[in-house]
Design a protein around this ligand. Sequence first.
Ligand code: UD1
Length: 429
Amino acid sequence: MDRIRIVGGNRINGRIPISGAKNAALPLMIASLLTDDTLTLENVPHLADVEQLIRILGNHGVDYSVNGRRERQIEGYSRTVNFTARSIVDTTAPYELVSKMRASFWVIGPLLARMGEAKVSLPGGCAIGTRPVDLFLEGLQALGARIDVENGYVIAKTNGRLTGNRYIFPKVSVGATHVLMMAASLAKGETVLENAAREPEIVNLADCLNAMGARISGAGTSTIVIDGVDSLSGARHQVIPDRIETGTYAMAVAMAGGDVILEGARADLLQGALDVIAQTGTEIIPVNSGIRVRRNGSGIMPVDVTTEPFPGFPTDLQAQFMGLMTMAEGKSRITETIFENRFMHVQELARLGARITLAGQTAIVDGVPRLKGAPVMATDLRASVSLVIAGLAAEGETVVNRVYHLDRGFERLEEKLSGCGATIERLSS
Ligand code: UD1
């Protein structure tokens, strides 16, 4: 299993290209199931989760080509990928595939809307909490689906088309908003989704669906109105830059010091998080090519944060921010409100010398002047990158084990960081 070796202490200086957003690319790829035309997506990141979803979509009959060529794996940033679901050959998403990636459950929406049926394995347990699917099922039922859960599978059926309706999410869910937006696009009549997620990835999907002929308004606000259409066509659409990758590298600079331009980053996609990073004493300067992040000399100021749905501070940056706070000049409180059990990085950060105590869903971080390198274990995607950025600032050598988590969501991480002067390499085994 690959490991990442870091020798901390170097400042980070230079340019880091920001990749297309994993969390935008996945639902956009799934939207290709809604039409028999070709959906062309630009700026698709080369990540393990993207490759896994390509396999899952292939199982349903989606054909794909990369940059015009039909190849299994193509190296390089920012690929253009064509997806064509000329005919759906299978409406079942089996356990073996769905259990590897939770977002693959989302195929339930387009399959049901286009084919009138879908049989999708429950995603099962997940390292960062129970993550149920009740909102998906309740929402699809509101659109007229009959739902049964048998032997670990959700079986969704409809006689004829789904029917538009009003559905109020009892809790904000990114995934359920994606799925209901896709399903309602092909439903008969108008659907109104209230208390919908407002994340930029929702807007990116709505824009793509509209380019395919859907009639969606209000994406990015908590009320989304979808006027169902009979069919959707192909389109060409661009994946937005990854705001979580942007925030992660901004925090790496805040922690290790240095001066970096995050190329292609868009400040409007993560303004709340950038404001928090600025409060730590880091300069955040919008420039033509992206965002410049700079910290030279000054100490790291402690800042309290609470994770919230967009536009609040994202849960996907919580672990990285905790990494940054371990070296702040004082105490900070970090509260997680989205997922239970998303503090598994705490004990690994402690191995580097961090002082953190947990009180329920709040972590109290008592900053220390220096961290010391150690072997650590990645437990999930965002937790593992928090260990990388802490390792960049720690004295001596840090080896991060189980890096397959990183490969799910960070494109060419070690190449991007070593290009800016960090000592970081992959140890393949
Ligand atoms: C997406 C992101 C993930 C991010 C999360 C929150 C992708 C591929 N993943 O995950 O990186 O951390 O948003 O910003 O985009 N919930 C229910 N019932 C449901 C669905 C969700 O109770 O049917 C709960 C979840 O357990 C969680 C909360 O709602 O506590 C938010 O989850 P949700 O927004 O659905 O997260 P995902 O879409 O899975």
